[in-house]
Design a protein around this ligand. Structure first.
Ligand code: CTP
Ligand code: CA
Length: 499
């Protein structure tokens, strides 16, 4: 009986079974915390890559993008890692030598092979998108445009990447993907903040894309997206032939056609207010008229003596003739009978908008000051301009007076920007180290990297999760300790009571 009584009152916490149990619980908790910490630890970043070739009218650029493999659906994660400018002109200039188009891409593609880690090559998609230069070549000679596309396709397939196609983008796609790029890079897409309109000026076309305040009256100009759970209703228009190289040709051809000298002298004299005083160069008539943007005309000579006058206001008068604003079948138009709502919000103006305005140092002045400075620049003698810019190609240099005046006229008379909202135009090249342009938006779309609905976000960030787990474990340990002390005390009391 005595022995039995003693067994009953023995402290249960001192039994080996209980000690083992407590040790197991504590060990279990420690293991659980350790596993969850290790499991959720951010792994060393693994990057994925994508290549987009921008086959523009004046040149081709190869863009390499990279993004952390685990975060491809988050906004703003894709970044431009590298760009390579293809030597020579755009692929549309290879109409007489299609094989040359494919060959021209070699150097940049070899560079891409060196930059992208070898184990990622086969999974890296390659896209080529051609813009207005190829649209014009297709209009002029469809067979030649197909041969050029076949040539670049053959060339791109010789690399170890995953070739995804080479095609001509429509003007709407070019405008819409440019808009997606600038808003993705500015991280506007998953926030309730306003979006950025996109203004793109190339050599052969120009695009305007923004969210308007009013209805879009023409179906051709309307694009709808659902991105990150938000619906976007965009206005977009692409003006073929209104890139700055084609616009220069149109403007020169109009001056030639209206000039009496053009039909009598040899060479034809073209006195041009958009070129600097003292500028005098011989060009072929063919170099101006070799485009489907202009109707062919017969002249007395095959050569033009292009003489600069350096008169900004006359230059602007001549450029205004390129825009037809006399008729509009809608409530509002930009030009050439194209519907356009009033511009609204902030705009990013990139590619040649930036190259030209940045060269002229005109990216942050009021409209009135911009005009004044440009007038002074245009009247500067050509000799002085050449002396002041020894590193710049003479062809580019000679055209900045025309290009600056064209940009001002396009924005003010064409798109209807005013001196009040001029400050809303931001001349930009890059946003967060990636170029503004259609290429990034094109890749994001084709790789489905912008989901229609917002991706699920974790309950709490990683740091918060670890802190929570540690505090929770400590809390359980304290509870166990308290329970242990409580039971030890109560079993002692029970022992004392029996004694
Ligand atoms: N540093 C630079 C680079 C380019 N340009 C000019 O800018 C125009 C081309 O702009 P870009 O956006 O590269 O046009 P593309 O993409 O080639 O043409 P498009 O989009 O119409 O197909 C050309 O007139 C080119 O001479 C310039 O003035 N200064
Ligand atoms: Ca372009």
């Amino acid at each position: 009986m005595d022995e039995q009584g003693e067994v009953k009152v023995k402290n249960p916490w001192h039994r080996p079974a209980f000690i083992f149990l407590a040790a197991f619980i504590i060990l279990g908790i420690v293991i659980m915390v350790a596993i969850s910490v290790v499991q959720n630890k951010p792994l060393p970043q693994k990057y994925k890559y994508g290549i987009v070739l921008d086959a523009g009218s004046s040149h081709t650029s190869v863009f390499i993008y990279e993004w952390p493999a685990e975060k491809e659906n988050n906004t703003g994660m894709v970044q431009q890692k590298h760009t390579c400018n293809v030597k020579g002109k755009g692929i549309s200039s290879y109409d007489a030598d299609p094989d040359g188009a494919g060959k021209s891409l070699q150097d940049c593609m070899v560079e891409a092979k060196q930059i992208i880690p070898a184990h990622r090559h086969t999974e890296t998609p390659v896209y080529l998108g051609a813009t207005a230069g190829m649209r014009l070549l297709k209009m002029k000679d469809e067979a030649a445009s197909e041969k050029v596309l076949t040539s670049v396709e053959h060339s791109l397939k010789t690399y170890p990447f995953s070739y995804q196609g080479a095609r001509i983008l429509s003007g709407q796609e070019e405008g819409a993907f440019g808009w997606i790029t600038v808003n993705y890079l500015s991280e506007n897409l998953n926030k309730p903040t306003g979006t950025l309109g996109a203004l793109d000026l190339g050599g052969a076309s120009t695009q305007i894309t923004f969210i308007p305040q009013q209805d879009i009256e023409s179906n051709d100009n309307s694009i709808d997206f659902r991105l990150y759970g938000n619906d976007y209703h965009l206005y977009t228009h692409s003006f073929l032939c209104y890139g700055k190289d084609q616009a220069l040709k149109i403007s020169m051809s109009k001056k030639l056609v209206s000039s009496h000298a053009a039909y009598k002298t040899d060479p034809i004299e073209l006195r041009d207010p958009c070129f600097h005083p003292g500028y005098n160069t011989t060009k072929t008539v063919q170099s101006v008229f070799n485009t489907p943007c202009i109707k062919a005309v017969n002249f007395s000579s095959g050569y033009i003596s292009h003489v600069g006058l350096g008169n900004w206001s006359q230059c602007q008068q001549s450029i205004r003739k390129v825009f037809n604003t006399s008729r509009c079948a809608y409530s509002k138009c930009s030009f050439n009978e194209v519907f356009q709502p009033s511009v609204d919000g902030q705009f990013g103006a990139f590619s040649a908008f930036f190259f030209v305005m940045n060269f002229l140092n005109l990216t942050s002045d009021s409209l009135a000051t911009t005009k004044q400075k440009l007038a002074t620049y245009c009247s500067t003698p050509w000799g002085k301009i050449v002396k002041n810019h020894p590193g710049t190609k003479e062809k580019y240099l000679s055209e900045y007076c025309f290009s600056g005046t064209y940009i001002l006229t396009l924005l003010e008379d064409g798109y209807n920007f005013t001196s009040e909202n001029w400050k809303d135009i931001h001349f930009i090249k890059k946003i967060r180290d990636s170029d503004a342009g259609w290429t990034l938006g094109y890749m994001l779309n084709l790789t489905n990297m912008i989901p229609a609905e917002a991706p699920d976000t974790p309950l709490m960030p990683y740091g918060g999760y670890v802190t929570f787990m540690i505090l929770f474990t400590l809390f359980i340990l304290v509870l166990l300790l308290l329970a242990y002390l409580y039971f030890r005390q109560s079993s002692r009391k029970a022992q004392k009571g029996i004694i």
